[in-house]
Design a protein around this ligand. Structure first.
Ligand code: 0O2
Length: 217
């Protein structure tokens, strides 16, 4: 009993910097959204979700990567802390990502553009791994955070597909795969059309929007 309690406490202690990193990156994203809302009358972020990977998922991932299943090896994983940013329109995705990684204390470690290059099953999303400094009593440590940035439509497809196919032991047959892919492509067409309508209705007023952000001096 005491051992289980101590293990739980040890795990929670290891998670502390990751929880802090989530708070830091989430706040940065909220500040970006607030600024754009004020200056461009457009709030690109619909919703931000966050999660700390569960102990079981951590052990499963260590095993998948061929790393010994021990919580002290979590430094080998970059997605213990995860944020999902749901945007209104496709163009918002790249713009938010750029504004975030241009910040001096945000180091980009990895960039996977599954929107420009969707996965074979139709999965679309922009994945970033960044690291941010977290200050604790012992000093500063750089903590990685995985950020998935996608539109409402991409998120709708990915959330359902996650349950239906991605995280199940069930191996989808070709018919199911094609139908899921068809849905993903329809969602992508909807995103394109919604973006066009938004720009047609708002262009005269959104002069600042989607212009390349440049590094601050
Ligand atoms: P969960 O349960 O969602 O957290 P790498 O770390 O680069 O070696 P990894 O982590 O597979 O390999 O990277 P990738 O491909 O960028 O995927 C990271 C996450 O994106 C996944 O986390 C999923 O959340 C999501 N994802 C990737 N591909 C798909 C897909 O085809 N369908 C859906 N619905 N989501 C996907 P986890 O840890 O695999 O799972």
């Amino acid at each position: 009993m005491i051992n289980a309690f101590q293990e739980q406490r040890h795990f929670e202690e290891l998670m502390q910097p990751y929880r802090a990193a989530i708070m830091i990156v989430k706040t940065k994203l909220e500040i970006i959204d607030q600024e754009l809302k004020f200056k461009c009358e457009h709030s690109p972020i619909h919703n931000i979700q966050s999660r700390i990977k569960s102990p079981q998922s951590i052990l499963d991932k260590l095993e998948r990567k061929g790393i010994s299943k021990n919580f002290n090896n979590i430094k080998e994983l970059n997605d213990i802390a995860g944020l999902r940013v749901i945007c209104q329109y496709i163009n918002d995705i790249q713009y938010i990502a750029q504004l975030l990684v241009l910040q001096d204390d945000v180091i980009q470690i990895k960039h996977n553009n599954y929107i420009q290059y969707p996965k074979e099953n139709g999965y679309r999303s922009l994945h970033l791994i960044v690291s941010v400094p977290v200050y604790q009593r012992e000093g500063m440590m750089q903590v990685p955070v995985e950020i998935q940035i996608r539109t409402i439509a991409m998120d709708c497809w990915a959330s359902l597909e996650h349950e239906l196919a991605y995280k199940t032991n069930f191996v989808a047959n070709n018919d199911i795969k094609q139908r899921l892919k068809w849905c993903a492509d329809m969602m992508a067409k909807t995103d394109e059309e919604m973006q066009k309508v938004y720009l047609e209705l708002n262009q005269p007023w959104s002069c600042l929007l989607y212009t390349s952000p440049s590094p601050r001096d």
